[in-house]
Design a protein around this ligand. Structure first.
Ligand code: APR
Length: 177
């Protein structure tokens, strides 16, 4: 499945139709990916986010890209890791699924994700990577709109985790186990 790529880099440098932002429920900015995207997009992005009235954990909402080269920013809110018994995996999978659904409804063809919830929100990287690649892989099996989905990894540790998770998912998918 060449439509999913795991690449190193800064999500704000990606030349895609839409960037996915790892936001918080206020959608009023923050650090990490959120801070980087808002810095790159400029103050109009915050104004556009104010109009959205927040976003529930596991859901996704879109704004125009403002100063970014991307036409859209899809803001999604990952779960804060609280030990794994409060539906964190379901909520994280929902972030990827809702972002992919929203991208398709916006006629987006190329999309870049960050590693949602694995920074400030403390989600264990290997577990988050397994949830993310399964949600993305399962979606792309039936989707015909998206031509390219990238996971943009800000460090080698993140890239290694996603590559390992993706290999495992593809093995299970091919083995039908
Ligand atoms: N490009 C790609 N990945 C990045 C970038 C970037 N410019 N900056 C950080 N990352 C990576 C981090 O290394 C981490 O692997 O994105 C992943 C997610 O980290 P966070 O940005 O901290 O996101 P998250 O864990 O989902 O926490 C969200 O943090 O910034 C606040 O407002 C945000 O409250 C929200 C919370």
């Amino acid at each position: 499945m060449k439509r999913f790529q795991i690449i190193p880099g800064d999500i704000t440098a990606q030349k895609v139709d839409a960037l996915v932002n790892a936001a918080n429920e206020t959608l009023l900015g923050g650090g990490g990916v959120d801070g980087a995207i808002h810095r790159a997009a400029g103050p109009e992005l915050l104004e556009a986010c104010r109009a959205l009235g927040g976003c529930a954990t596991g859901d996704a909402k879109a704004t125009r890209g403002c100063g970014l080269s991307a036409a859209w920013v899809i803001h999604t809110v990952g779960p804060v890791w609280r030990g794994g018994h409060l539906k964190e995996a379901d909520l994280l999978a929902s972030c990827y699924r809702r972002s992919l659904e929203l991208a398709c409804s916006l006629k987006v063809r190329t999309l870049a994700f960050p590693s949602i919830s694995t920074g400030a929100y403390g989600y264990p990287l290997d577990q988050a990577a397994a949830v993310a690649v399964a949600a993305i892989g399962d979606f792309l099996v039936t989707d015909r709109h998206l031509s390219q989905v990238c996971m943009v990894c800000f460090s080698k540790a993140v890239q290694d985790a996603y590559e390992a998770a993706w290999r495992a998912w593809r093995y299970r998918a091919e083995e039908g186990v």
